[in-house]
Design a protein around this ligand. Sequence first.
Ligand SMILES: Cc1cc2nc3c(=O)[nH]c(=O)nc-3n(C[C@H](O)[C@H](O)[C@H](O)COP(=O)(O)OP(=O)(O)OC[C@H]3O[C@@H](n4cnc5c(N)ncnc54)[C@H](O)[C@@H]3O)c2cc1C
Length: 588
Amino acid sequence: MIQNNYFSENSDLLLQFDNIIDWEEVVTAYEQGFKDHKKYKETGDEALAFAPSSVEEAIETYRVTLESLGDVIGNFVAPRAPEMDRVGLKYDSGKVTFPDAMIEAYEKVQEAGLQPYSISRDHGGLGMPSTTQCFVMEVMSRADGAFGIAIGCVNLAETIERFGDEDMVNHWVPQMAAGEVVGAMALTEPNYGSDLPNIRTRAEQDENGVWRINGAKRFITHGCGFAHKPSVILTLARTGSPTSGAKGLSFFLVEGKDVFIAGVEKKLGLHCSPTCEVVYENTPARLIGKEGFGLVRYAMGMMNGARLSIAAQSMGIAQAAQAEAAKYASEREQFGKLIKDIPAVRKMLDRMEREIAAMRQLLYEAARSIDRYHWRQHSMEKSGVDERTIRKDEEIRHWEKLASFLTPVAKYYISEMCNSIAYDALQIHGGSGYTEDYDVARLYRDARITNIYEGTTQMQMHAAIGGVTAGMAATGPIRAYLDAELARFSPSPALQKNRELLEAIVRDYREIKSSDDKELVAFEAVESATRFLNGLLLERAASRLEGDARRRFEKMAADYNLDSQAIMQGNLIRVQAPEKVSEPALAG
Ligand SMILES: Cc1cc2nc3c(=O)[nH]c(=O)nc-3n(C[C@H](O)[C@H](O)[C@H](O)COP(=O)(O)OP(=O)(O)OC[C@H]3O[C@@H](n4cnc5c(N)ncnc54)[C@H](O)[C@@H]3O)c2cc1C
């Protein structure tokens, strides 16, 4: 596996950081008037000592953090990743054992103080916006997808911070920020995965008013904690009647010591990530927030951030696969030349390169949309502003709508492309790619989960399709957003052509009468909107660059838009005849 600083020696990631991201916008949205710094000046609270007082200071803090992370991940964790994968987890009588190499790598990241990146400074975290969190997740997952999750899961503390009561926050969040306790999220059950509104696990209050949970959860990442560190499991359970649907669900904090880990899954990939079966038997639990809001408010409230986190994980795995393939292709010779110079291989490498660039633009645009509303909303909630006022806030409304479109689109596109890139990367390795001698086999296996968990690609379509229909109406928010972004640079004729194709697809999609037919071609509509958007973002990125970097991005954008045109023309045909999409091959 390539070993170097995964941040400062990745020139495309640096371009993203230095030239493409509008940090002024992100930092202003996150720091909310640099309130942490002002509070430090007033109170001398040491937890806030490193809070930035300006945009420049914030950027410098992120840069130093990412340089340090890139070094630890690229030079210490990456070389251990193959062993972590090979040794995997051991399960015996409720206890899970992690490989020594992983514990060593985990401790190294903790010692460098890099773990609690999304927890607020107040409670001992690093206090970073979603945009910076994506850099962290991308860099970590490039070494190992399972490792990225292991480090990232303490950051579930953000949910407690946001929705828990004061006692709960003060007790648990600092422990999680210190890495003494890890977080897990328990939604899925054996019979209910995508269909969360119907879950069965029950919570009831006993005669002393203590909530008790009974039932079983499946596939719970780090339900067992990590090594000797216990977990807190944020658990979704039914408090209403069995038929109360999503409104009968509440969210609870459960201590890992009070549940039984009945097993861990043997999986295709993510061998170091414990996917646990968790059994609750009269397990004591504490209600988070209000009864009945578990799924509709709290889980949904965290959904955009959760989707983004898996999109960033996918980005890291894809980046690793692309870099490994490019390296192999520039060393392997066949027919007397390097395989990178054979047109069919060159074509795969070029497509991977421009897809990586497009995925990255989409990832950081989705992060931008979260940053633009989330911290303002959080700050208003913490200052006791009433809910109705928050819901009426124009800035929050606008950017939340965009995030609710951009995050499912980013989750779907980046995870699907991560799979496609891992596939091509293995192909470029030929037979060697199919052996465990090269890292690409592990990357290929790990990629496969990214478009399944945290909502499958098909479920992301349900979340995104409204953005393509209502969002693209004459006064819709997605149309307004696309027009505003197009006005920031001179769009190419190819991009304008794709806009026309998108308009035709949206128009014809809207005219489909049957809801089943609409569902059949929702993917085509969402894919077309995503590809148009990515072309736009690539051209916008090029406009922020100079010299060779600009020319390279212009070329990648032109090639990407051509790919999109071909795909969108096919999608238009399908949207015009949705009934043909699933017509059985044989009658009867
Ligand atoms: C490694 C791993 C880690 C995980 N970690 C966690 C975790 O920490 N916490 C947690 O709660 N869960 C976790 N999960 C569970 C994960 O989120 C679910 O597996 C996922 O949401 C899909 O649910 P399912 O497996 O029940 O599939 P199903 O819901 O049974 O879906 C099967 C197929 O049907 C499709 N489908 C279902 N309904 C629809 C629909 N309405 N429209 C279109 N297509 C549909 C799906 O897209 C899929 O292709 C994890 C799973 C794995 C494998």
